[in-house]
Design a protein around this ligand. Structure first.
Ligand code: ARG
Length: 457
């Protein structure tokens, strides 16, 4: 395709280091779509004859059928997907194929293909995130009133509802979806027509190609358009943040499924056995998802390092961009599907959670709050009084609500029988009804809002 000025062909090793077809063949549909839009525009502008356009479009359709059925035959000498498509077009339709590359370079072509590919990746990742949100919402609704221990420092802190805990992840995923949507919005400008780096002297209609490919507008600077890979980095960064959230959920599932916790039963469909220990049921899928942020961070690092200090405009460094993005997308989609399945099928042991929630004096804050509210005790003093009650309960190896009233009164005379109303986990949870708090009514309200939001999109 570019051999005119060369006396002999490249060394085999040169072909091997230079070729990207093994990776970028994945963008073959985007490449054909870009060529269709370009050929249409060239004819509409009188740059090529309608008959050539028709031959080109017909050839592109035939290539599409061919590759959809049997895949393409890789040839390192043809370097990348763009030259594979053009070479096949030449075989199929002859001379008109040679007119397709008028007013175009592989530099604006690859930038266009990759944006189209990443745009679809954003849409599919958004749908995957929404599916996991749906699963979490359904389980949260089912458990809006189920009680579990809430932790800080992984120490029992205050009782919360399981629905509230699951809804925390719905919030994280909401932000993740907005990051992916944001990436999509920003990337949706069309580089076609920027040509190699400087634009083109042919009277192209860049609005027309942009529109045909579903872009909002053509890019505004040809140098930037062929060398910008912000969108790839942004997609990987959005995936990294989502991956961190999935990893936290995965780790909680691993902990909850462990024998000392026994908060959940792993479904058969998402656990594995051991080849030596017959009793085992291992949370492998969750562990794999827990480990994945390394993959996303690796991609972010690769893309950032690739772009660092790269002079304008296109340089072959940029050919390294696709592999990490493809890897990120595949990893994320699989992780989302696995987590969605797992969340749908987890067996929550709510009785056990409730028992653990009541242990560890988790309603001590409620006792302190009661003293503030009912006896006008300053909070710091109430904290101290409650601390003494906790010490007494520890000494007697019982819970706060098991302490006899006279012994509580001995600690502070202002305590009366009304205090027992707030010491149960149910009362504790129901009392935390501030906006965004763990009270079942609050959780149900947030679930309804989140469902509306998901429906609206
Ligand atoms: N295969 C290249 C890439 O993925 C696009 C071709 C640009 N090549 C060139 N020699 N200007 O970046």
């Amino acid at each position: 395709m570019w051999g005119g000025r060369f006396g002999s062909g490249p060394a085999a090793i040169m072909q091997e280091i230079n070729a990207s077809i093994g990776t970028d063949k994945r963008m073959w549909r985007e490449d054909l779509d870009g060529s269709r839009a370009h050929a249409d525009m060239l004819a509409a502008q009188g740059i090529i004859e309608p008959a050539d356009r028709d031959a080109i479009l017909d050839g592109l359709d035939r290539i599409e059928r061919e590759w959809a059925e049997g895949g393409l035959v890789e040839d390192l000498a043809l370097e990348d997907i763009h030259m594979h498509a053009e070479a096949r077009l030449k075989e199929l339709v002859g001379t008109p194929a040679g007119r397709l590359h008028t007013a175009r370079s592989r530099n604006d072509q690859v930038a266009t293909d990759f944006r189209l590919w990443t745009r679809r990746a954003c849409d599919e990742a958004g749908a995957g995130l929404a599916a996991l949100q749906q699963a979490l919402l359904d389980r949260a609704e089912e458990h809006a009133g189920s009680i579990m221990p809430g932790f800080t420092h992984l120490q029992s802190a205050q009782p919360v509802t399981l629905g509230h805990h699951l809804m925390a992840y719905v919030e994280m995923l909401r932000r993740d979806r907005s990051r992916v949507a944001d990436c999509r919005r920003r990337l949706n400008e069309c580089p076609l027509g920027s040509a190699a780096l400087a634009g083109t002297g042919f009277p192209v209609d860049r609005e027309m190609t942009a529109r045909a490919l579903g872009f909002d507008a053509p890019t505004r600077n040809s140098l930037d358009a062929v060398s910008d890979r912000d969108f790839a980095l942004e997609f990987a960064q959005a995936a990294l943040t989502a991956g961190l959230h999935l990893s936290r959920l995965a780790e909680e599932i691993v902990i909850w499924a462990s024998q000392p916790y026994r908060f959940v039963d792993l479904p058969d469909s998402f656990s594995t056995g051991s080849s030596i220990m017959p009793q085992k049921r291992n949370p492998d899928a969750a562990e794999l998802v827990r480990a994945q942020p390394g993959t996303y961070l690796g991609a972010v690092t690769l893309l950032a390092t690739m772009m660092k200090g790269l002079p304008l405009a296109y340089a072959k460094d940029l050919q390294q961009d696709k592999e990490p993005v493809f890897k990120v997308f595949d990893t994320l989609q699989l992780a989302l599907a696995a987590m969605t399945g797992m969340v749908r099928e987890l067996g929550f042991r709510t009785e056990r959670m409730r028992k653990v929630a009541a242990a560890g004096h988790s309603t001590a804050t409620d006792l302190a709050d009661w003293l503030v509210r009912e006896a006008s005790v300053p909070f710091r003093e109430a904290h101290h009084i409650t601390g003494r009650a906790v010490a007494l309960a520890d000494e007697k190896d019982c819970t706060l609500s098991d302490l006899p009233l006279d012994e509580l009164k001995a600690i502070d005379g202002r305590i009366d029988a009304g205090v027992f109303d707030v010491l149960s986990v149910d009362k504790s949870v129901a009392s935390r009804s501030s906006f965004g708090g763990t009270a079942p009514d609050q959780v149900r309200a947030r679930i309804a809002e989140a469902r509306e939001e998901l429906k609206a999109e």
